[in-house]
Design a protein around this ligand. Structure first.
Ligand SMILES: Cc1ncc(COP(=O)(O)O)c(C=O)c1O
Length: 479
């Protein structure tokens, strides 16, 4: 295992059969009046926990999943984890960890990158490094051919350290000060996102002659995080913005869009393509012919649950079909040949990162209304690795418990802050009744936005160290 930022870790023997926790059916859970109940979380007819989940064998789901979210009535309490959680390298690293850490599987990330490139041949990938600004991850993706979407001069500098040429790095943040622009330009960046006349004027002064791509606003509908309003201009404004860019000596080289993060519908891309097509036509009437379309991020993680504990099952195949068909439509509309870019973040890394945490305490208390509630407090939470835990849920695994007796618990992080918890809606999480302070907990599919959103020590809880496994196939480096 390659280590980064973590002390040496001894191998921890696996204890018993791991207990795989998903959730109880939403319809059946009530706060418990009796703390203990029997559960059958481990599937019966198998000796392995690598069992059919939403995806069977590939990183990309090639089967059709029409419903973005599994029906609430389906019983996923007994549902096994998707096969990706059985990946040996990540599991071995989790099992070997005796201290808390974020663990990234570089080979898994590499496979995800390759699968994405296979789905969208010819589309250039600019990894949104905000989702995982880990040197080893960036270096691995750079060696595989990825460029980077950056949002600050600091990210530009880190991307360059990963080994890519400045031409493989664009500044995708429409929000930037004069100083940000000048510094990025000094570092060699020549591609800037924009969405307003003020920003265009500043780019003209501080990054003269650069290429700009205009971000078109999207509704963010269908996404867990819409990213609407703060960024992007209307399709009607876009020609004015790019016209102004041309007037001040910039190259109006492209358009971009972002359909919202953890997008759950293929229709979002169809709508985005509609907007882009309309803008291309309007630009052509002004004699502006963009040469690049950036289709942004938004592709989802596959192994997470929604706030209520239901598996989020994105229609990935339909999404890729919509993107491929959309690119064809735009090529037909465009007056000039078009190149396409994508700037995925979470889709490349989320399912290939996991956290080895531990139990702080399993407690049982009466609420003000007299109902007893069980809470599982973990050593990591919203402020040190699981920032998105109040908007989605991660699958938990309790490797030191075979689990016959369970309690239904609300899961929360270790800080003295009430936001530091899973949303208290839907079904609770089944937790082995015998779990004790210090027992290991594996948090799956949390590779996106784990390190980048960690606070520097909220309530004194430091950011988790991280380690990386794999990556030798490309780098040839020693593990
Ligand atoms: C400009 C830009 N591109 C790409 C991304 C990556 O998005 P995601 O992680 O949903 O793929 C983001 C995330 O907020 C973004 O702001």
């Amino acid at each position: 295992m390659r280590r980064a930022g973590s002390p040496g870790q001894a191998v921890q023997p696996a204890v018993g059969l791991p207990c795989l926790i998903s959730r109880a059916p939403a319809s059946t859970w009530r706060p418990s009046s009796s703390r203990t109940e029997s559960a059958h979380v481990r599937p019966q007819n198998t000796g392995t926990h690598q069992i059919a989940g939403p995806r069977q064998a590939a990183d990309h789901d090639r089967t059709s999943h029409r419903a973005p979210i599994a029906p609430a009535a389906s019983n996923t309490a007994n549902a096994p984890l998707p096969v990706r959680h059985g990946r040996p390298a990540l599991r071995a690293a989790l099992a070997a960890a005796t201290e808390d850490a974020v663990i990234y599987d570089l080979d898994g990330i590499g496979r995800q990158y390759a699968a994405l490139c296979a789905e969208l041949p010819g589309v250039a990938v600019r990894f949104a490094m905000k989702s995982c600004p880990v040197d080893e991850v960036l270096g691995h993706l750079a060696r595989l051919g990825s460029g980077f979407d950056t949002a600050s001069p600091q990210e530009v500098a880190q991307a360059l350290r990963a080994g890519v040429a400045p031409g493989m790095v664009h500044y995708g943040n429409t929000v930037k000060s004069d100083r940000n622009i000048a510094e990025a330009y000094r570092l060699g960046v020549r591609d800037f996102a924009t969405d307003c006349l003020e920003d265009v004027a500043a780019i003209a002064v501080h990054a003269p002659g650069s290429r700009v791509f205009c971000r078109i606003a999207s509704t963010g509908e269908g996404a867990l995080w819409g990213l609407s309003r703060k960024f992007g201009c209307s399709p009607e404004d876009a020609p004015r913005v790019l016209d102004a860019a041309r007037t001040v000596g910039l190259l109006p080289s492209g358009l971009s869009v972002h359909v919202g993060s953890q997008q759950m519908t293929a229709e979002a891309w169809v709508a985005a393509i509609d907007s882009l097509a309309a803008v291309l036509k309007a630009l052509s009437r002004r004699g502006i012919t963009p040469e690049r379309i950036n289709l942004g991020g938004g592709l989802p993680a596959l192994g997470v649950l929604d706030r209520g504990g239901r598996p989020l099952v994105p229609p990935l195949r339909e999404m890729f079909t919509a993107i491929r068909e959309g690119m064809e439509r735009l090529r037909v509309v465009s007056a000039a040949p078009l190149a396409f870019l994508l700037e995925p973040g979470r889709h490349l890394v989320a399912d290939h990162g996991a956290i080895r945490a531990h139990v702080a305490r399993l407690t049982s208390r009466h609420r003000l209304d007299g109902i007893r509630e069980d809470w599982l407090y973990l050593s990591c939470g919203k402020f040190n690795g699981l920032y998105e835990m109040d908007q989605l849920r991660y699958r938990l695994e309790f490797p030191s418990h075979s689990g016959e007796q369970f309690v239904n618990a609300v899961v929360a992080g270790p800080t003295c802050d009430s936001d530091d918890a899973y949303a208290q809606e839907g079904s609770p999480v089944r937790v082995p009744r015998a779990i004790a302070s210090g027992d290991p907990v594996w948090v799956h599919s949390c590779g996106a936005y784990a390190t980048s959103y960690a606070t520097c020590g909220f309530n004194g809880f430091p950011p988790l160290p991280y380690t990386c496994v794999g990556g030798q196939a490309v780098s040839g480096e020693d593990a």
